[in-house]
Design a protein. Structure first.
Lengths: 117, 236, 578, 123
């Protein structure tokens, strides 16, 4: 089994770094999300409560960031799990495509929901 | 004391698959090396037992085996160092490399990876008349990585290698570090190119199995983190 | 399978690799080794490699040469010693250029430390001459040389066990090896063969040497009619870990460690008043045995005795920076924390001063007239140039392998240009086949381990630090009996691939024959010189014994011993006091 | 697939545990995020649909699930922070210590959250 070097430099460093950056940003967004959404005396989960909160642009921005970064981080993270395996090219491209498409779709869905207010 | 040593045996000329064999040893001292036990079994019970060894004190890197579930050097672990349940010690070959016979594996892919990181000094200028100067601090930055004895315990303990045999692995990274951070070397970019790859640095998820397994107690993950940062620095 | 290479080097320790680096890429060169190159024994060397760089204090190669001559009790050949000590400086600088990581002085030069027997101004005071990398000097040196071989794309045949030399009509034609992986026999047809097979420490029971140190090179040469020089000189290193024999480098004393007996006395003050603990190894080993014999040893739980190596005053920091490895060994194997307690030590078999006689260009000499054998070279511990005389100084062996490995490589490079391949005989691998067949077909009533441990014990009891005629003769008798028994040794493992069972028996053959030459030469030399210390002839005898002994195998039962004069240049033999 | 056996039988030190958990929690969160986004599309369908869905989440089963989710978030985010310190600072030297600390803090926060969720203090 002679070792063949098949891999290449294709943004490994960058996506690795962005995973860390988005992770740290998410850490703060997550704290904000938890405090604002669930454990604030004023918060509520009724339609009206959500509606009223959504009028606040800061709040909306936070949710938007969460959706975008969360999906990026999640997709990138899952892709990095997939890449750990020695899969053949077509399989890994298929998974890659599925991940990206799902990310875009869910991202759009999330954003539409947020924008509908 | 009395001890059972449970060893994975496999002779490709006879067996279709590896199996375990138990050996009862009497008069085992708690200060015996595991290698001493293997030797006793080979010399007194079954001469067919096959494994590598040479120096007997943890410096040649021949005898990395999996002892009680973890990679270690048989000559650097004493019976008293192990948590022994039911008076049994289990010995298997190190994982993830092709099995050859009993505890002996084919290390060639491990060494091929070592070779691809250009494991030799590449200076830009012709050498001076006398030695190149280097501060002791700069020299000592290399010492920990230079301790490596190429035993293979680290790379074969890494889950990233278990799932992908192309993973370059901690031992080769360490060798790359040894030169990239040598003030006398001028091939940093060239070497980073070879490990800043999808089968390279980015497959290390700081699992630390390598550090746990390293008999020379090298903080391999720390060294890898220095390499990751060096690779990142040229991107941003 | 028959391979054809201009040069075949056996052994990938320091000597073999250094030679391989010198072979130009136009010629084909193969390096065979029974263990993977970086697993060679050179990697265990700890303390340092000497060169009169003068980085720490004034030094000169003449002082180095004087120390080497005196350390070797005037048996070393002074032309060779001169060559080595002069070339030392270049050798170390070259290693540095190859990238070896050395410890450094505050100015950034290669740092140097003291070592036994190395002095300034012809014996006036200890000098810092040993270049080092913590206590892993040999390890990083072996790594560095191997790295250069990768750079030069040297061809390695790893895990090939060489069984026999092909010598016919006084010409070396190649060799026979077993590929360990497959068990197949390979013939290497070559213009030049170099042996760099290391030492034979495993002849003795307690040794610092690796299990691969079975003296194969010595024995193959001897069996094929090449004499062995000065085999009686076996170095016992004073500080092996008690019972295990694992080395505690002299660097421990170079950095200020002190040997103490059970009363806590620094006993070396009595034996070598001027340089004390840094006296040469033969003297310190004898001193330890004398202390123990006279009742001042420290008793171990099992009733054996040792002395203490005291590092407790050196401070944690120095120990961690300069002696991490050996204090680690003490901790791992004996549970001793060197910061708090003395390390229990006893002398351990360490180094072969004798070996295959060679010129200063590593050409093998076949008789007392310095006739060389075409196509056969040897360097490193298996060779005897002789630079170490009757006792090697610490750090001089790593130097020896660098200097003479390189000189040999260069000489071979010149030789092969005009040489033709000598003809290969039809029966080249006959001996190997017969030996393997014999071992395979013997029923396994006589066990390898019995023969080997008896041999090791015999050698330890009869031919170690202090020697006497009668016991040695008994020892020789025993060895001869064991050689007979050896022919009946069989194996359990009848498979072909990775048959380490078989190879261990083959190695036992080497050990036994090597043991025979050691003890025979030891009985023969009727004086005490360097490491060869006889109770019945306690004085050095320059009138009768200032000469090298050469032992030849004969068809009869007793080998032939002849002599070769010692080359004396500027240093006339004097009494050896420190 | 022999790696599965190796993975299961090889001795797991703290580093390996944290990696395994980080991976599982990361993938779990990813799955949950998609689910969450999907669930919230109900907001677009008007108040009835949304409020009906929200009623569902008040059942004890969902409260338990929410608590578990918080566990995932806690571990993954704290350990993610630890990984960043290992990779980009000198964290490799203290990685076990960090793990013990973050586990301790996580357990405390997790318990606190349990109280918060089940006592009905907040929403
Ligand atoms: C513990 C220890 C510490 C030491 N410390 C120092 C020190 O500090 N300073 C110093 O100067 N010296 C030191 N020495 C001595 C020095 O290390 C050795 O003498 C020297 O390294 C020998 O090198 P070599 O190249 O001759 O052989 P080795 O390094 O022993 O290599 C022998 C090679 O030959 C191969 N070989 C042997 N037999 C066969 C066969 N049958 N077929 C194929 N291949 C074969 C082996 O595989 C190996 O590659 C020390 C020695 C020991 C044991
Ligand atoms: C809250 C703060 C978060 C931090 C600090 C964080 C941090 C990290 C880091 C550093 C990694 C890289 C691990 C590695 O490469 O070894 C990672 C991986 C991952 N993260 Fe997060 N993350 C956070 C939140 C999330 C969220 C909300 C999701 C879900 C969408 C998520 C999903 C993932 C996935 C799937 C991985 C890949 C797992 C792996 O590589 O083993 N993370 N995270
Ligand atoms: S880094 Fe440690 S475990 Fe890995 S090969 Fe080197 S010595 Fe062995
Ligand atoms: S075990 Fe593997 S993932 Fe990295 S920290 Fe060690 S190389
Ligand atoms: S035998 Fe050399 S490392 Fe264990």
């Amino acid at each position: 089994m002679a070792y063949k070097q098949v891999s290449s430099r294709s943004g490994g460093a960058l996506s690795w770094f962005l995973q860390r950056v988005t992770g740290i940003v998410l850490l703060f967004v997550m704290i904000g999300h938890y405090i604002l959404m669930h454990y604030n005396i004023d918060s509520g989960h009724t339609y009206d409560a959500v509606l009223s909160r959504m009028q606040n642009p800061f709040y909306k921005g936070l949710q938007m960031t969460f959706v975008v970064l969360g999906i990026y981080h999640g997709v990138n993270g899952t892709w990095s799990v997939v890449r750990d395996f020695d899969l053949n090219k077509s399989v890994s491209w298929t998974i890659y495509a599925l991940l990206v498409i799902s990310g875009v779709v869910f991202g759009l869905v999330g954003i539409t929901t947020l924008m509908s207010f | 004391m009395e001890l059972t040593v449970r060893i994975q045996r496999y002779d490709p000329e006879k067996d279709s698959a590896p199996h375990f064999e138990n050996y009862k040893l009497e008069n085992v001292n708690k200060t015996d090396r595991i290698l001493d036990l293997l030797n006793r079994i080979k010399w007194e019970i079954d001469g067919g037992l096959t494994y590598r060894r040479s120096c007997t004190h943890g410096i040649c890197g021949s005898d990395a085996v999996k002892i009680n579930g973890r990679n270690r050097l048989a000559c650097s672990v004493l019976v008293q160092d192990l948590k022994i349940s039911k008076s049994t010690i289990q010995i298997e070959p190190i994982p993830a490399l092709p099995l050859e016979k009993d505890l002996l594996v084919d290390m060639s892919s491990f060494f091929e990876k070592y070779e691809i990181v250009k494991p030799y000094l590449i200076p830009k200028d012709a050498p001076p008349e006398r030695e190149r100067y280097q501060t002791n601090e700069d020299a000592e930055l290399l010492f920990e990585s230079a301790k490596c004895i190429q035993c293979g315990s680290c790379s074969t303990s890494c889950p990233s290698l278990w799932v992908n045999e192309n993973y370059i692995g901690p031992a080769a990274f360490l060798k790359a570090y040894r030169f990239i951070f040598d003030t006398r070397d001028d091939a940093t970019a060239e070497r980073l190119d070879l490990i800043d790859t999808t089968d390279g640095l980015w497959r290390c998820h700081t699992i630390f199995n390598c550090v746990e397994a390293c008999p020379k107690e090298i903080d391999i993950t720390w060294h890898i983190s220095q390499l990751k940062k060096a690779a990142l620095r040229r991107e941003i | 399978m028959i391979h054809k290479y201009d040069v075949v080097i056996v052994g990938a320790g320091g000597a073999g690799l250094q030679a391989a680096i010198e072979i130009p890429t136009e010629s084909s060169c193969a390096v065979l080794t029974k263990v993977f190159p970086t697993r060679s024994h050179t990697g265990t060397a700890q303390g340092g490699v000497s060169a009169a760089l003068g980085n720490e204090e004034e030094d000169s190669w003449e002082w180095h040469a004087f120390d080497t001559v005196k350390g070797g009790d005037y048996l070393g050949d002074q032309d060779a010693i001169e060559t080595m000590c002069k070339d030392a400086i270049r050798a170390i600088i070259e290693l540095e250029h190859m990238g070896m990581p050395f410890n450094r002085t505050p100015e950034g030069k290669i740092a140097q430390r003291m070592f036994g027997g190395h002095t300034a101004n012809f014996g006036k005071k200890p000098v810092r001459r040993a270049c080092y990398s913590a206590d892993r000097t040999g390890h990083v040196m072996l790594q560095t040389l191997y790295e250069q071989c990768i750079k030069n794309d040297v061809t390695f045949f790893s895990e090939f066990h060489v069984m026999d030399l092909i010598i016919r009509d006084g010409v070396c034609r190649g060799l026979v090896a077993i590929e360990i992986k497959t068990g197949e026999i390979h013939i290497f047809h070559a213009k030049a063969v170099m042996f760099a097979t290391g030492g034979y420490g495993r002849v003795f029971q307690i040794t610092s040497n690796a299990m691969a140190g079975t003296g194969d090179g010595f024995e193959m040469a001897y069996r094929n009619g090449v004499p062995l020089e000065d085999m009686e000189f076996v170095q016992f290193h004073p500080t092996g870990l008690w019972k295990l024999g694992i080395l505690v480098s002299e660097a421990a004393r170079g950095e200020g460690g002190i040997l103490r007996n059970k009363d806590g006395e620094r006993f070396m003050e009595r034996y070598a008043p001027s340089i004390k603990d840094l006296a040469p190894r033969d003297m310190v080993s004898r001193a330890i045995f004398t202390e123990i014999k006279e009742g001042r040893g420290i008793e171990a739980p099992d009733g054996s005795f040792y002395v203490g190596l005291d590092l407790t005053h050196l401070g944690k920091e120095l120990i961690e920076e300069k002696l991490p490895e050996i204090t680690g060994f003490a901790k791992t194997y004996l549970g001793v924390d060197a910061n708090e307690e003395w390390i229990p030590v006893q002398p351990t078999t360490h180094y072969a001063m004798g070996g295959i006689p060679t010129t200063i260009d590593a050409e093998v000499i076949v008789d007392e007239n310095n006739t060389t054998m075409p196509g056969f070279y040897a360097a490193g511990e298996c060779a005897c140039v002789s630079v170490h005389g009757a006792n090697r100084l610490g750090t001089n062996s790593l130097l020896d392998i660098l200097v003479f490995g390189r000189r040999g490589g260069k000489k071979i490079a010149k030789f092969i240009v005009n040489a033709d391949y000598p003809e290969l005989p039809d029966d080249a691998s006959a001996w190997t086949h017969e030996t393997i067949e014999r071992i395979r077909n013997n029923d396994n009533n006589v066990k390898m381990i019995d023969v080997r441990s008896k041999m090791q014990k015999t050698m330890m009891d009869t031919c170690s630090v202090f020697r006497v005629e009668n016991t040695m003769k008994e020892g020789l008798q025993k060895i001869k009996e064991l050689q007979e028994k050896y022919l009946l040794v069989g194996i359990d493992d009848k498979s072909k691939g990775f048959n380490t069972d078989l190879l261990e028996v083959a190695e036992l053959g080497s050990l036994l024959n090597t043991a025979e030459t050691i003890i025979t030469c030891a009985i023969n030399r009727k004086e005490s010189r360097g490491a060869h210390s006889r109770d019945d002839y306690p004085k050095r005898d320059d009138t009768d014994w200032l000469k090298h002994s050469l032992i030849f195998a004969t068809t009869g039962s007793t080998p032939d011993i002849r002599y070769k004069p010692v080359i004396i240049k500027q240093f006339e033999p004097k009494e050896r006091v420190y | 697939m022999s790696w599965i056996k190796t993975l299961l039988t090889y001795e797991k030190a703290p580093g390996a545990w944290s990696w395994g958990l980080h991976r599982i929690t990361g993938l779990g969160l990813m799955f949950y995020l998609y689910l969450h986004i999907f669930a919230l599309t109900a907001l677009q369908e008007g108040p009835e649909a949304f409020n009906a869905e929200m009623e569902l989440f008040k059942s004890p089963v969902f409260m338990l699930l929410e608590w578990a989710l918080f566990g995932l978030v806690l571990f993954h985010s704290f350990n993610g922070f630890r990984i960043v310190l290992i990779d980009l600072a000198q964290g490799a030297k203290y990685h076990k210590k960090m793990l013990y600390w973050l586990t301790g803090i996580s357990i405390a926060l997790f318990a606190g959250m349990g109280y918060v969720i089940f006592s009905g203090v907040f929403h």
